[in-house]
Design a protein around this ligand. Structure first.
Ligand SMILES: [Zn+2]
Ligand SMILES: [Zn+2]
Ligand SMILES: [Zn+2]
Length: 159
């Protein structure tokens, strides 16, 4: 996946008439290292570990700037919390979301993508964007549920 390089980041700020400040640098750095699907709160906690003087509003504004410039995209999954992910040109993935622990797993399927375009085409639609989100329980949570129900079964069998 293409990452926002130091160069593009400076150019981005320049285009916006913004100065590269040490605080912004830290936020961008943390964002690039963090990986995907982080909420502002979570990124803010990480940023604070690096520099406790950085405020929440600065983190939020910087992320919005990244999103407006197409370097990040903001998504809302089941919990209605905005999460940010790196946006690389030409890259696309869809998501599996666990309703219990909130885990987000990414997947890509050429067949699904092709099928979606075919359906849209049949209906006379031109697709510019799509989000495919599958909600359910992840393998870890299913295993936990299985263990819990086994315990209950054992208890009732013993009477
Ligand atoms: Zn897709
Ligand atoms: Zn889970
Ligand atoms: Zn993602």
């Amino acid at each position: 996946m293409k990452k926002l390089s130091e160069f593009s980041y400076r150019r981005l700020l320049k285009e916006r008439g913004l100065k590269s400040t040490r605080q912004r640098d830290v936020i961008i750095q943390v964002f690039m290292e963090a990986g995907d699907h982080w909420s502002v709160d979570e990124l803010y906690q990480r940023v604070r570990q690096r520099n406790p003087k950085i405020g929440y509003a600065t983190v939020y504004r910087t992320l919005r700037l990244m999103a407006e410039s197409g370097w990040a995209s903001s998504r809302q999954f089941g919990d209605r919390i905005a999460r940010f992910e790196h946006q690389a040109e030409g890259q696309h993935h869809d998501h599996l979301i666990c309703l219990v622990c909130g885990k987000i797993v990414e997947f890509e399927s050429e067949r699904i993508e092709a099928l979606q375009s075919r359906i849209a085409h049949k209906k006379g639609f031109q697709i510019y964007e799509h989000k495919l989100e599958l909600y359910g329980h992840c393998s870890d949570c299913l295993a936990k549920e299985e263990r819990a129900s086994k315990k209950i079964r054992e208890k009732t069998e013993r009477g």
